[in-house]
Design a protein around this ligand. Sequence first.
Ligand code: PRP
Length: 168
Amino acid sequence: MKVLIPEEAVQKRVRSLARKISRDFAGKELLLVGILKGSFIFLADLARRISVPVKIDFVRLASYGPGTHSSGTVRITKDLETSVRGKDVLVVEDIIDTGFTLRYLFRRLRARRPRSLKIVALLDKRGRREVPLQVDYVGFTIGNHFVVGYGLDCNEEFRNLSGIYVVK
Ligand code: PRP
């Protein structure tokens, strides 16, 4: 494995995203919605750096069918436990690839009438996008690498690494 983004650079970027988000939501309360499992470390760090009051909830999504993500078929396997109606919601994702996962979640959440609905993603593989998606806050745009660490796995391993690594 080769380091792509060292721990210090990840932390610096998370701090800067948190500052921007805190400014944009000044005077409001945020509901952070983490997408399991990959977002758990990013969400934990981001939440501790955001200076406006936050509440936290999680969803888990599954893709199925041949080709998984590229099939575009997504379903919720663990839903939110909180109502999003009338709230300022920020979806927290570790990585966006084709965009199918977030497009599905975004549509489902928007139908529940939040006051606002935005997306923060630590990593964006923009070149792989198959559906248009507006991502409000992006940590790093990366190439088409298979990456692990900081929540991201390879067969469930390596989620606990502090930096982001490319698997060769
Ligand atoms: C990853 C990532 C996103 C999704 C992005 O999750 O966390 O949720 O894939 O892909 P897309 O843009 O092509 O839809 P994964 O399925 O690896 O699950 P995990 O977070 O539980 O590891």
